[in-house]
Design a protein around this ligand. Structure first.
Ligand code: ADP
Length: 473
């Protein structure tokens, strides 16, 4: 089984969120199962220094009326499309003030360049593309490029249904696809061209990143207008929980944290907590419960709820460390919390992998009050570090946290419900023996990639059977 994972971000080369982790790890674990996997992603400025090889290959990629020239770089199984005009920037998709206006051109170019590269390298059995940035790939495979990839299956994973890549109709001309595909059963979505919908409609198989989110997004409430499209896919749509790469997220060996520790010997935890309190300018006090909030600063992550609950959290005696980047308005809001509650709230507006590890190790609690959450990786990483999650029971959070056993969960998206779950967590924290039981139960959970990679491989096999006519269901 030869698989090309085509993704707009691949860790450690480029990352804004969980998609990068998935794209960076999945291939390696597929390799352990006997598949051969490679990734293709854009060469952003952040990745340029990490690339080891430039291939003697130039891709001439049609983009509307013009042709763009792309180079190809490589680092082991990771291939990169190099085109300075579109990707030689600091941001992946935009700045805190909004998306790059030429994003449709950028990801049309990326999608076609990836396909041109795969023609050069030899068609794989499966092309697995991701999110709206890769949504056109299944459509290209069934239209413009169908004769070049006759036996290749298109698998498409949606990591967040709310990011749809919907653009004005004149973007159709840039895609090079026949305008007859601009209809409501294919690329058209309320008068716009939807890259995400293209992926959902044309892929042989569609997956999302947790079983609960798969059930949620076929409903009107969470389906972002696309629930009907997903329902129509029937059995060709399913949820596969993301894995975590425990070679990166392991408190026993992690070189980025103040002290290593394991479930059998938790002494290092206290050192990690003290180091984090010190780094964040909070009073270094072992018995004050320390909570972390880490992730994209977007409404989806429940930052609005955090702001409403802030005073209550302080009232419950918590220290709170926030690490995140994203929308400017929310960046300012979390910095405001730190200045309003000095010694209680600390906020860092950045994307900082080392700091992320220190938060996972040093906090007692991780707060994840998401409005919705396709999977959520930071709390799964935190579980392995003995950081007890307090989550809203939605999507992947509902699939991975057991209330009162490995964490604390609440349902209603309301500050009082959130605060009441924190109150229950703090009551448990007050009883050290019981607390250690919860910490250890979380550390013992296994959300490793092995199981998830096996499920992806089964999905690939099913998709290949469909394409090659061995399965008509
Ligand atoms: P998303 O919805 O953004 O994909 P996930 O929880 O699925 O959220 O994945 C987020 C990934 O990014 C995790 O690996 C997490 O550790 C990491 N991360 C989140 N925020 C930051 C940050 N500010 N700095 C560094 N890493 C971060």
């Amino acid at each position: 089984m030869k698989v090309a994972i085509v993704s707009p971000e691949v860790a450690p080369f480029s990352k804004t969120g969980g998609l990068a982790d998935v794209a960076g790890s999945l291939g390696r674990f597929l390799g352990a199962l006997g598949a051969e996997a490679m990734t293709v992603s854009p060469l952003y400025r952040s990745a340029a220094a990490m690339v080891v090889e430039r291939l003697p290959l130039r891709l001439r990629v049609p983009l509307g009326a013009r042709t763009a020239d792309c180079a190809v770089a490589r680092s082991g199984p990771h291939y990169f499309i190099e085109c300075d005009e579109f990707f030689g920037r600091d941001g992946l998709y935009g700045t805190p003030d909004g998306d790059y206006p030429d994003n449709p051109a950028r990801f049309i170019l990326f999608s076609r360049a990836a396909l041109e590269l795969l023609i050069e390298l030899g068609a794989p059995d499966v092309i697995h593309s991701h999110d709206w940035q890769g949504g056109l790939i299944p459509a290209y495979l069934k239209t413009v490029y169908s004769t070049r990839f006759p036996g290749t299956a298109a698998v498409f994973t949606v990591h967040n249904l709310a990011y749809q890549g919907n653009f004005p109709p004149d973007v159709m001309a840039l895609t090079g696809m026949d305008v007859r595909h601009f209809n409501w059963r294919e690329l058209e979505f309320y008068g716009r061209v939807s890259f995400l919908k293209a992926g959902l409609v044309f892929a042989d198989l569609v997956t999302t990143v947790s079983p609960s989110y798969a059930r949620e997004i076929i409903t009107e409430e969470l389906g972002c207008g696309l629930h009907g499209v997903l329902r129509e896919r029937g059995r060709a749509f399913s949820g596969i929980l993301n894995g975590v790469d425990y070679s990166e997220w392991n408190p026993e060996t992690d070189p980025l944290i103040a002290a290593n520790y394991s479930a059998d010997s938790l002494e290092g935890l206290a050192r990690c907590k003290a180091a984090l309190q010190e780094r964040c300018g909070l009073p270094v006090r072992p018995r004050i419960p320390l909570a972390g909030v880490m992730g994209r600063l977007a409404e989806q992550k429940g930052i609005g709820l955090l702001l409403q609950a802030a005073e209550g959290l302080v009232g419950q005696g918590l220290q709170v460390v926030i690490l995140g980047s994203g929308e400017r308005r929310l960046q300012e809001a979390v910095l405001g919390l730190a200045s309003r509650y000095p010694g209680r709230f600390s906020a860092s507006v950045s994307f900082d992998g080392r700091f992320a590890h220190q938060i996972e190790a040093g906090c007692d609690l991780l707060l994840v009050p998401s409005l919705y959450e396709p999977c959520g990786l930071s709390h799964i990483q935190g579980l392995r570090y003995g950081t007890v999650p307090v989550v809203r029971a939605t999507g992947g959070l509902a699939d991975t946290v057991e209330d009162g056993i490995t964490g604390f969960a609440f349902r209603e998206y309301a500050a009082e419900a959130f605060l009441s779950a924190v109150r229950r967590a703090l009551a448990a924290y007050g009883e050290p023996a019981g607390w250690r039981r919860i910490v250890r139960a979380g550390m013992a959970l296994d959300f490793g990639w092995e199981a998830s990679a096996r499920r992806y491989l089964e999905a690939y096999e099913g998709a290949v059977r469909r394409v090659r006519g061995a399965d008509s269901s």
